[in-house]
Write a new protein. Structure first.
Length: 208
């Protein structure tokens, strides 16, 4: 039997519309990266340029950093299941696209671990950065619905009706067939002369 669950999350303040920053956030720090299942490696993780970058050391991040994922297609998650890790806080970034689109399965999901305080900071910055990217690339998702204009108060409706710029023409609709575009009077119509002469031997000539 299929079902889905709605659960309150403490990450709600980070996902609110008023939490979207005006500039793209940046962040960095050392984390344990699960390179393979059960194999952890210490790496310098950096959030910049709308994505996550990975390098061995902070000093060589500018030259040796490799792009891990773009946050326009990846989202952040906290791992709640039991996961063997050298650090207590485990979080991950996983693609929102289908797994079949990835030639290498390891590029679909990346798992990290660190201390709880640093992990909370990472999840916060990744979620906020993703909201900023979506706000820049898909502005239609953040347009405010104009419900206030539909549920206008009587006073506002009265003032809008008296305003010439906002008033609507209340002329009654015309029923019936539409009027012709060009009206020609009977007197102006040219007379049609009957000059038809049937050919000799035809049926029309015999009737005539």
């Amino acid at each position: 039997m299929n079902y889905f669950m709605l659960k309150r999350t403490p990450l709600t303040p980070y996902l609110a519309a008023n939490a979207i920053p005006k500039v793209s956030p940046t962040f960095g720090g050392y984390v344990e990266w699960e390179q393979k299942r059960g194999k952890w490696t210490k790496r310098w993780l950096e959030l910049r340029e709308h994505g996550l970058w990975l390098s061995k050391r902070q000093s060589s991040a500018a030259k040796e950093a490799i792009p891990l994922c773009a946050l326009s297609n990846f989202d952040a998650y906290t791992v709640t299941r039991v996961h063997r890790s050298p650090k207590p806080f485990v979080f991950s970034v996983k693609s929102v696209q289908n797994l079949r689109l990835f030639e290498n399965v390891t590029d679909y999901h990346h798992v990290f671990c660190c201390d709880p305080y640093e992990g909370a900071q990472w999840v916060h910055h990744i979620l906020v950065a993703r909201s900023y990217i979506l706000h820049q690339e898909r502005t239609v998702l953040f347009r405010q619905l104009s419900t206030s204009s539909k549920t206008a108060t009587p006073a506002a409706a009265t003032s809008s009706a008296t305003s010439p710029s906002l008033s609507r023409n209340q002329s009654p609709q015309r029923m019936g067939p539409p009027a012709p575009l060009l009206s020609v009077s009977q007197s102006s119509r040219p007379a049609v002369l009957d000059t038809f002469q049937p050919m000799p031997g035809s049926l029309l000539s015999k009737r005539a």
